[in-house]
Write a protein that binds this ligand. Structure first.
Ligand SMILES: [Cu+2]
Length: 153
């Protein structure tokens, strides 16, 4: 495949992936159940993706580590969720209900979290969400503009 043909196919796809919410993914994490842990404990997503936690059994919640230093517990931090999330009409206090909570991550970085009942930042019942940023690289300055208007057969 010629370089120009590769550009015709891959660049519009890359733009579509970067701009369309249809391609945002949701990663599932199981909470508790047989043990006091998160499974998988560490997840990697792309900015705009979400993590959905599901309580498999037990008295748990998910609270971002930055809440531990928030002036008002549960507020002024990234998230605290169980039966919904604090600040979004829900209640993030630990609960034994069969709750599900979903958080979207828009900013690249590493967010540590834990269960308030069985963990603390970085120990016991804790996990991390690593959010990767999308970087679009323009390395095709030498291509002529008409390559962009061609129709892919
Ligand atoms: Cu717990």
């Amino acid at each position: 495949m010629s370089r120009t043909a590769a550009i015709r196919i891959t660049m519009p796809l890359a733009l579509l992936l970067a701009t369309s919410p249809l391609f945002a993914a949701t990663v599932n994490v199981q909470v508790g159940g047989a043990g006091f842990n998160f499974s998988p404990q560490h997840v990697v997503i792309i900015e705009g993706d979400s993590v959905q936690w599901t309580n498999m059994g037990g008295f748990h919640n998910v609270r971002s580590d930055d809440c531990a230093s928030a002036l008002v517990p549960g507020l002024g931090c990234t998230f605290r969720c169980a039966n919904g999330c604090d600040g979004q009409g829900g209640n993030g206090a630990p609960s034994s209900a069969a709750w599900q909570a979903t958080v979207a991550f828009a900013t690249p970085g590493v967010v540590g979290y834990h269960c308030q009942q069985h963990g603390s930042p970085g120990s016991s019942m804790f996990g991390t969400v690593t959010v990767l940023g999308i970087v679009l690289v323009d390395g095709f300055e030498d291509e002529t503009p008409d390559a962009w208007t061609a129709t892919v057969p």
